[in-house]
Design a protein around this ligand. Structure first.
Ligand code: RB5
Length: 145
């Protein structure tokens, strides 16, 4: 299952991403917020990332105005490697090399067409492991300090 969450600045793009996940038959849970609601991105990042760290979700997608606030908040949570990306290459390599488990982007930055491409590469690219695993382990060590 893929967890997805957003703040009030990103309801439209979140809906477009959910529509895409439905079309490609990827199971997801939409944690909101929904049309007409307001929420603070750190609260939503916490809720959605906890779905990942608890094992309920395999990966997550967080969307706010820029994607930056969501990624800063998400990266405070132990076990989360969130990448804020608005290009294909960065998403591909953050999966291959960083084993990113959360993808963030912004409704005010990327259009829906690009966003769904970013989601596809995020979901379909496997971590390379090997020397990259050693480096990811060092990130985990930093987190455990
Ligand atoms: C909300 O206005 C905006 O600050 C938020 O969506 C996000 O872009 C923060 O990083």
């Amino acid at each position: 299952m893929i967890a997805i969450g957003n703040d009030h600045a990103a309801v439209t793009l979140k809906n477009a991403v959910c529509e895409h996940l439905k079309e490609i038959s990827v199971e997801y849970k939409d944690f909101g917020c929904f049309e007409g609601e307001k929420c603070d991105y750190p609260d939503k990042a916490k809720e959605v990332c906890e779905a990942v760290t608890s094992g309920q979700a395999e990966k997550a997608i967080l969307i706010c105005g820029t994607g930056v606030g969501m990624s800063i908040a998400a990266n405070k949570i132990k076990g989360i490697r969130a990448a804020c990306c608005s290009d294909y290459f960065s998403v591909k390599f953050t999966r291959l090399h960083n084993d990113a488990n959360v993808l963030c982007f912004g409704e005010r930055v990327v259009g829906a067409g690009l966003a769904v491409e970013l989601v596809d590469v995020f979901l379909n690219t496997e971590f390379e492991g090997g020397r990259h695993a050693t480096r990811v382990d060092k990130i985990t060590a930093l987190e455990n300090k």
